[in-house]
Design a protein around this ligand. Structure first.
Ligand code: SN0
Length: 324
């Protein structure tokens, strides 16, 4: 694996999931990352992604450097040819090249602005790091995807599943803010690569990008969609059609005990942070059905599997005498 910026960077999903589950059982720190540094840049807040990635890197023997790029560093300019007379003091060309001398892997979190669909879909921040860094780049949630979360989700479903082909439902929920489509996009993408019966349910106007959902059935009647579900992934996202807008805060979509009763005693998932009693009711989050804590725990091992793959590829490339 050269970079991990999108799910298509994974060539063997089942094998990577197996490896992540094996890493979870292992108690030893590996040597492969010794003398190597992971640099993480956050343009947005984080709890799990930051700490699980740091832990994953350390379990591989790596050193870790973290920076809140939005507040601690110089403001970065991404536009080619810009006359830099604004508040942006440093161009990504220098920043990425310099960081590449300090770090062996650069990981970046950069949410969408949710104002201009084309601009967000261009993934300027992530792609600029890919373009101007000379070391591998990892996506810690970008404008359109959260592949580390999706790998964790797939790992958690594999770990808990007892059926040949479980029914998995991605269920929209109300939220006071407008949130990215990144988490549901990546979840929808990875579910299409697993042997599951996958359904999405959301109110009208909240259909995700059809290029991502492809042939997945989208059911606007939540009760119908939840029938016989073995896993329910609850998540809010802002409208894709009316880009970045909040069209509804309909509490009828909150995932409550009543909704849970419609399922096959489903395991309930969420990437966290979760707004209690808005997205998921206390009675569900505090029940045996909720697996959100186990899911968050798995973030470490999904990240560890990915970082390990990247380091292995670097070692291989070096052995072959290539400039890795
Ligand atoms: C982010 C999102 O993409 O939905 C990160 C999830 C991993 N979530 C939020 O920004 C939630 C913020 C809030 O105020 O609840």
């Amino acid at each position: 694996m050269k970079n991990y910026t999108e799910l298509s960077d994974i060539k063997d999903l089942q094998q990577l999931i197996t490896e992540a589950l094996e890493l979870k059982k292992s108690t030893s720190t590996l040597e492969i990352g010794k003398g190597k540094t992971l640099g993480m840049l956050f343009f947005n807040p984080s709890l799990r992604t930051r700490l699980s990635s740091e832990k994953a890197a350390k379990l591989l023997g790596m050193e870790v450097m973290v920076m809140n790029a939005g507040s601690d560093s110089w403001k970065l300019e991404f536009e080619d040819g810009a006359v830099m007379d604004s508040d942006k003091a440093e161009h990504i060309k220098e920043a990425a090249a310099v960081l590449s001398q300090y770090c062996d892997i650069i990981a970046v979190r950069a949410f969408p602005d949710l104002k201009d669909k084309e601009k967000d879909e261009a993934e300027t921040v992530l792609n600029s790091f890919k373009k101007f860094a000379s070391v591998p780049v990892v996506n810690l949630e970008s404008a359109t995807g959260h592949p580390l979360q999706a790998l964790t989700d797939a790992m958690t479903i594999s770990e808990l599943n007892k059926k040949d082909k479980p029914k998995v439902v991605l269920s929209w929920a109300p939220h006071p803010k407008t949130l990215p489509q990144s988490v549901p996009n990546s979840f929808a993408e990875i579910m299409q690569n697993l042997d599951v019966d996958f359904v999405i349910t959301n109110p009208e106007g909240y259909d995700l990008n059809p290029k991502i959902t492809k042939n997945v059935s989208v059911i606007h009647d939540q009760a119908e969609a939840l029938k016989d579900a073995d896993f329910v992934y609850v998540k809010n996202w802002s409208s894709y059609e009316n880009y970045g807008q909040k069209l509804s805060e309909d509490r009828n979509w909150t995932f409550s005990a009543k909704k849970l009763k419609l399922t096959n005693n489903a395991k309930v998932m969420h990437c966290l942070p979760v707004r209690r009693n808005m997205v998921i009711a206390d009675e569900v989050l505090d029940s045996e059905n909720s697996v959100v804590i186990q899911q968050a725990g798995n973030r470490t091992f999904a990240a560890q599997a990915v970082l390990k793959r990247i380091l292995e590829e670097k070692v291989q490339a070096k052995d072959l005498g290539k400039n890795a």
